[in-house]
Design a protein around this ligand. Structure first.
Ligand code: PRP
Length: 207
């Protein structure tokens, strides 16, 4: 049996679609249920549906053999696992964003940055030798500059529509090419003989 940790949210639909195209029976993922552990009808696959930031946790621990999660989350979590494939979908950028007419805040001696990528933001500003107060939020990050909680945000931008709807713009692109990735547990990859053939099938599917 192969256990997958799948990120709920914006990558969920395409993750399930890709696995189905690769011959994984994913019908159970479309059932109306509050169950968090799902098993395919043929008993070959288990699916753990978790928050994106928890995917690397389950895969590193070996509770899940494989996971599908955004590169943004992998950068943030920095876990001990193998990144096997760039799946290409869910592309976005990690950006610093704020008000277009307030670019001057970037030179603030004490910049307030709201983000859900706290580790990445801390690393970024430390590497630059800039003093920044990192304000940890869990969602609706764009609200922070709008309400005055922060000067700027550090967040993923996909279509740009959330920024636009809130009068914000990208001030700096920090990481581009942020896409969904297939990750594997290091021990599972050695011990579970079904993993490599499946990873090969997924590789062929995305080509
Ligand atoms: C993400 C991100 C932005 C938005 C960007 O939030 O934090 O808010 O998507 O996408 P866009 O450029 O296409 O508008 P998400 O929808 O994952 O929800 P959250 O606010 O709960 O984090």
């Amino acid at each position: 049996m192969i256990y997958f940790a799948l990120a709920k949210g914006r990558l969920a639909e395409e993750s399930a679609g890709l696995l189905a195209r690769c011959g994984v029976d994913t019908a159970v993922l479309y059932e109306e249920t509050r169950k968090l552990v799902l098993t395919s009808a043929d008993g070959r696959y288990g699916f753990l549906l978790v928050k994106p930031s928890d995917v690397p946790v389950y895969v590193e621990a070996g509770v899940a053999d494989l996971g599908i999660v955004g590169k943004d989350t992998l950068i943030e979590e920095n876990r001990d696992l193998y990144e096997m494939l760039d799946l290409g979908f869910g592309e976005c950028r990690m950006c610093i964003a704020g008000y277009p007419n307030r670019r001057d805040v970037l030179t603030n001696a004490h910049l307030r940055v709201a983000t859900k990528y706290v580790n990445t933001a801390k690393r970024l500003y430390a590497e630059r030798g800039e003093d920044a107060e990192i304000i940890a939020l869990h969602g609706s990050i764009e609200l922070a500059p709008v309400t005055g909680l922060a000067d700027v945000i550090f967040d993923v931008v996909q279509t740009g529509s959330t920024l636009k709807a809130n009068g914000l713009v990208v001030l700096e692109e920090v990481f581009t090419g942020i896409t969904a990735r297939l990750v594997a547990n290091k021990v599972s990859l050695k011990l579970n003989r079904e993993l490599l053939p499946l990873i090969e099938r997924i590789k062929e599917c995305i080509q």
